[in-house]
Design a protein. Sequence first.
Length: 245
Amino acid sequence: MDRVAFTLFGIDIMWYGILIATGMVIAVFIALREAKRLKISEDDILNLAMIAIPCGLIGARAYYVIFNWSYYAGNIAEILNFRGGGLAIHGGLIGGILAGFIYAKIKKINFFKLADCVVLGIPLAQAIGRWGNFLNQEAHGGPTNLPWGIMVDGVKVHPTFLYESIWDLGVFLFLFIFRKKQKYQGQILVDYIILYSIGRFFIEGLRTDSLMLGPLRMAQVVSLACIIIGVILNYILSRRAKNNI
C-alpha cells in the first residue's frame, strides 16, 4: 500500500499522519464524553487538547532528536522536519502530561481527576496510530518464521506494530470497563502507565530500530522507570484516598 494517501496543493498527505490525527480526534471525543460523567468542563478538555497535542508532538520530536543526536548534530535543519519521520511516543506522553499538569495548576483543577478523563482514550489512539508504522514499513521486529510474520525487504519479520496495537487496544478496553470501579482519583492514569509500560517493555525487545542509550534500549529503560513510578503512585494515592474516608 502506498504511504501517500493523497496530494493536496503539491504536498503529499501521508497515511501515517492521517492515522495519528484520527487517533487524536477519537481520544479527544472520548475525553469529552468522559468529562460529562466526571463533571469536568468540556471547555477545559478542548482547551487542554489545543495545548497538550502540540506539546506532545514537540516532546515526541525532541525525545527522538536527543537520542539520535549523532545524526542531527550534523543536520541541524532536519530537527524541525517532522515530515521526515522521527516521533517517540514516550516523549509525546511526557510532553502531554507536563502540559496537563501545568494547565491543571493554572486552572486550579484536580490534576489526577483531569488525567483520568484525558488518558482514557490515549491507548486507543496509540492502537490506531501504530498502523501507520505498518504502512511505512517501520517499527518492525527481527526475522521470524511465525505464520503472522510480515514481509519487509524480502525478509519475514515480527509485526511489532501489530503486537503493540493489540496490546494498546486491550489496555483501552480494560480502562474503559474498569473506570467506574476505580478506588481513587488518578487510578486510570496509574493503570495506563503500568499496563502500557509492561507491554512496551517486552515488545521493544523484538524491535530492530530501538533508540539506544549505550547498550540499553531506551524505551525499555523508560518503561521500567514508568512501572516503578506507577507502583509508587498507586501506593501513595490509594493510601491518601483511604485516609480521606
